[in-house]
Write a protein of this length. Structure first.
Length: 422
C-alpha cells in the first residue's frame, strides 16, 4: 500500500469515527441522569386523576390496547412501511409492564425516546411529539399507569425489515430527525393559544397523522399540520391549515369544540381513524382544553394544499354515477346532496368528498362508516358498506359524480383507485 493510500485510508477512518461519535452524541444529548431520585406520591388521588386525564388527552389507550384485550396491556399491532410494531404493556406488572420502571426512566422514554434498558425506541411511539410534555405531566401519567391493575401480558417483538431493525440504523435516523425539546410558551400569545399549542403539538401529537412523511418516515416540517396519507391505512388525514380541507379558520369556536367533543357539528363530522381519536380521547377533554385547541388551530397560517380544478369526467360516467346515486344514496343524502340536519351529512359543499385524493370517500363507500358514539351523540347514524352491492366500476362512477356535482370540481375516480382501498 502506498503512503498516499495509507493517508487516505487513515483519513476515512478518522472521518468514520467522527461520524459515529457525532451520532452517539446526538442520541445522548439532554439525557436526564437516572440516578437522581425523584419523589412522587403514587397514592395521591389527585395526581392519579390528573394522569388519567392526560393519558386520555394523549390517546395512550388507542395504541396500547389490543382489540378485546385489557386496557393499556399492549399487544396492538401497528403496520408501517418498515414492518410491524407491537405496542408494549403499560400496566404495572413487574415482569412484562412498567412495574420496575422509575419515574426518571418513564420521563426519559417520553422526552428522549429511550427505554428502561437504554435501547432506542422507534418513533411509532410518538416521542418526537411527547418530548414537549412537561416533567410534571410525565410524572402524573406515570402515577396513573402505576395505579392500574397489573396484567401479565408479555410484549411481542417487532417484525421489522432489514436494516430498520438495527439499533445503529435507528440511531442514524434519530440523529437526522429527532431532537429532544420542550414546549416554550409564546409570551406574545394568549394563554389559550399556548395551551392549545401544547396539546396539539405535544400531548395530542396531531401531526403524527396530519402531516406528510418522507421516505424514512420522518414528519415533514415545511407545512405544519399540512395533511398526509396514513401509511398502510389508505386514509388521508386532511390539512388542518387549509380551509378547503380540514382547516377551521372560518369556523365558530363552538363548532370546533362540538366536533372534537361529539364527533359531529353543524360544519361536519368525523369518521375513520379520527372517529377513534374522538371516541377514545377528545370526547373526554374539558371544554376549556378543546377551546384552546380550536384557538391554536384557527390561528395557524393558512396554506392552500389543494390542487387545481380537475377536468370534468365524461358524460356517460357522470350519468351512470347519477343513476346509482339516485338509487342508493339520495334517500339519505338528498337528491341535491343537501342531507338531513342532525342525521345524514350533506354532500353538497362537503370538503371531505372533494379532497385532492379520493381515498377517504372511497373507504366510506366501500366499507361504510360511522361517527363515534359519544356522550353528546350516543347513537350516531352511519352508512352501510357497498362493496358487495356495487362493482368497482359502479363505485368509481358514483364517487366521481359526488366529487363533480353541486359545485365540486374534484378529480374523477377510476376502478384502480377503488381497488387500492379494498
Amino acid at each position: 500500500m502506498t503512503r498516499t493510500a495509507r493517508v487516505a485510508g487513515g483519513g476515512l477512518l478518522v472521518l468514520a469515527c467522527a461520524l459515529v461519535a457525532l451520532v452517539a452524541w446526538l442520541n445522548l444529548r439532554d439525557e436526564t441522569p437516572l440516578q437522581s431520585r425523584r419523589e412522587i406520591a403514587l397514592d395521591d388521588p389527585a395526581l392519579i386523576e390528573r394522569g388519567a386525564y392526560l393519558a386520555r388527552a394523549g390517546n395512550c389507550l388507542g395504541c396500547h390496547t389490543a382489540r378485546g384485550g385489557a386496557d393499556y396491556a399492549g399487544g396492538r399491532a401497528i403496520d408501517t412501511p418498515f414492518g410491524r410494531f407491537h405496542a408494549p404493556n403499560l400496566t404495572p406488572d413487574a415482569r412484562t409492564g412498567l412495574g420496575r420502571w422509575t419515574a426518571n426512566e418513564f420521563w426519559r422514554a417520553l422526552h428522549n425516546g429511550r427505554s428502561k434498558d437504554g435501547r432506542l425506541l422507534y418513533p411509532s411511539f410518538p416521542y418526537p411529539n411527547y418530548t414537549q410534555i412537561t416533567r410534571e405531566d410525565s410524572d402524573a401519567i406515570y402515577a396513573f399507569l402505576r395505579s392500574l391493575p397489573a396484567i401479565a401480558a408479555p410484549n411481542r417483538p417487532h417484525a421489522l425489515q432489514w436494516p430498520y431493525r438495527l439499533q445503529a440504523a435507528l440511531a442514524v435516523w434519530r440523529a437526522l430527525y429527532f431532537r429532544p425539546g420542550s414546549h416554550v410558551p409564546d409570551a406574545a400569545r394568549s394563554a389559550a393559544w399556548n395551551r392549545g399549542a401544547y396539546l396539539v403539538r405535544g400531548l395530542g401529537h396531531c401531526d403524527a397523522c396530519h402531516a406528510a412523511r418522507n421516505r424514512l418516515g420522518a414528519t415533514r416540517t415545511d407545512i405544519e399540520l399540512g395533511g398526509g396519507l396514513l401509511p398502510m391505512q389508505d386514509w388521508y388525514a386532511p390539512s388542518l391549515v387549509d380551509v378547503h380541507e380540514a382547516g377551521v379558520a372560518d369556523w365558530q369556536v363552538d363548532d370546533v369544540v362540538a366536533l372534537l367533543k361529539t364527533g359531529t357539528s353543524p360544519r361536519g363530522s368525523v369518521t375513520g381513524p379520527m372517529a377513534e381519536v374522538v371516541f377514545r380521547s377528545t370526547q373526554y377533554l374539558r371544554d376549556e382544553d378543546l377551546r384552546a385547541m380550536a384557538v391554536f388551530l384557527q390561528a395557524q397560517p393558512q396554506v392552500a394544499t389543494t390542487g387545481s380544478i380537475a377536468p370534468a369526467a365524461s358524460k356517460p360516467v357522470l350519468a351512470h354515477g347519477k343513476r346509482l346515486y339516485d338509487a342508493q344514496c339520495a334517500d339519505c343524502h338528498g337528491r341535491d346532496g343537501e342531507g338531513v340536519a342532525g342525521l345524514y351529512p350533506p354532500l353538497a359543499g362537503n370538503r371531505a368528498v372533494a379532497l385532492g385524493t379520493p381515498v377517504n370517500v372511497l373507504k366510506v363507500i366501500v366499507n361504510g362508516g360511522f361517527p363515534p358514539a359519544t356522550a353528546g351523540n350516543p347513537r350516531p347514524f352511519g352508512m352501510p358498506p357497498f362493496r358487495h352491492a356495487l362493482s368497482d366500476d359502479d363505485i368509481a362512477a358514483v364517487a366521481t359524480y359526488v366529487r363533480q356535482s353541486w359545485g365540486h370540481r374534484a378529480g374523477a375516480v377510476t376502478e384502480l383507485d377503488v381497488r387500492r382501498v379494498h
